[in-house]
Every structure is written in C-alpha cells, then in structure tokens.
Design a protein around this ligand. Structure first.
Ligand SMILES: [Mg+2]
Length: 186
C-alpha cells in the first residue's frame, strides 16, 4: 500500500466508506447475456472487510454508474448502508449521502478505479485507488492499494482505516475468543 500526505490522520476520522463497483468491488469484467448483465465476480475477502467495517461502526455506500440486479443482490448480502446505481455523475449521490448522514468530506473515504471516480477521490477526505486503477486515479489518490480491484483491494483499504482507528485487533480478537473492546460489537 502507498499512502501520502495526511492519509493516516484522515483515516482516523473516517465514518463512511463509499465504493465504486466495476473495477473496484469487481475486476471490471462484465459478463453479458441476452438479458443484459449476467455475471460479475466479487471477492469474499472484500465482503468480510465490509462486514468488519460495519462491526466497527462505520457506514458504507455504493455509488455506481451502471445498474444491475447482480449488484442489488450483492448489496443486500453485504448490508451496505446506502446504494446508488445508475449515477452518470456521482457527485449528486455523494452530496445526498453527506446530507443524509450529516458527514463532512473529512469523514468520508471513497474508493475507485477509473476517471469517473476522480471528482469524488478529490472531494472525499480520503481518496483511495485500487492497485490497478488507471494512472490518473493512482496519481490523485491519498491511498493506493497493492491488491487489484475485485481481488482484495477493498479489504486492504478497509484494514488500513480500521488499523489507523485502533479497531482492527479487537475485531480480529472477537474471532479468537478475546473480549472485544467497548463499542466494537460482535
Ligand atoms: Mg469503476
């Protein structure tokens, strides 16, 4: 992982993590059938990371330009706090989230992979890129994962945030029988 500027200071303040879908929660490949999108592959480790973020009290959201029942199904499984699909310009959904949950830019992390993510990577307090994001996105992000989109990058970024917040060890402890710290539910 590469971090720059005040990434670790900002990570401590994060209350919501927003994710792009294609290329971020997936490797970007879209399997098309006659009915439209037929398959996408998600990472179970990313899914566990999102569950850990929720356990730590963080909120989560998806803002994607595409729209599919596949994503709706995955979003139901992972219990994202909010889901915005079919967003040509992602900034509208971002502003809605800020308002709805009374968040400041500095309390939001945004994870993306392509040029349509640039406005939110620049606006969110913690702009994050998956390892195989396009060069422009990697250049502008505060945090660049080593892992690729759909293959652990989201997990890596969540772990970074939760470790900076001092929550990761106690969350892992809940799986090995140690008593969790107050405020970090099982
Ligand atoms: Mg994308």
């Amino acid at each position: 992982m590469k971090t720059k500027n005040a990434a670790s200071t900002i990570a401590k303040k994060i209350k919501m993590i927003i994710f792009d879908v294609d290329g971020t929660l997936t490797n970007g490949r879209i399997f098309m059938g006659p009915e439209g999108e037929a398959m996408k592959a998600f990472s179970a480790r990313d899914g566990m990371g999102i569950a850990m973020a929720h356990k730590a009290g963080l909120k989560s959201a998806i803002i994607t330009g595409r729209s599919s029942r596949i994503m709706s199904r995955r979003a139901d499984e992972l219990k994202f706090t909010a889901v915005y699909q079919g967003c040509i310009d992602k900034r509208g959904a971002y502003e809605e989230l800020k308002l709805k949950f009374s968040l400041k830019d500095d309390e939001i992390a945004y994870v993306g992979d392509d040029i349509n993510d640039i406005p939110l990577i620049m606006q969110a307090g913690l702009g994050c890129a998956v390892g195989d994001a396009v060069p422009e996105v990697r250049e502008l992000a505060q945090v660049v994962a080593d892992a690729q989109g759909g293959n652990g990058a989201v997990r890596e970024i969540i772990e970074f945030i939760l470790k900076e917040q001092g929550k990761w060890d106690s969350l892992v402890g809940t799986f090995i029988g140690k008593k969790p710290v107050d405020g970090v539910g099982q």
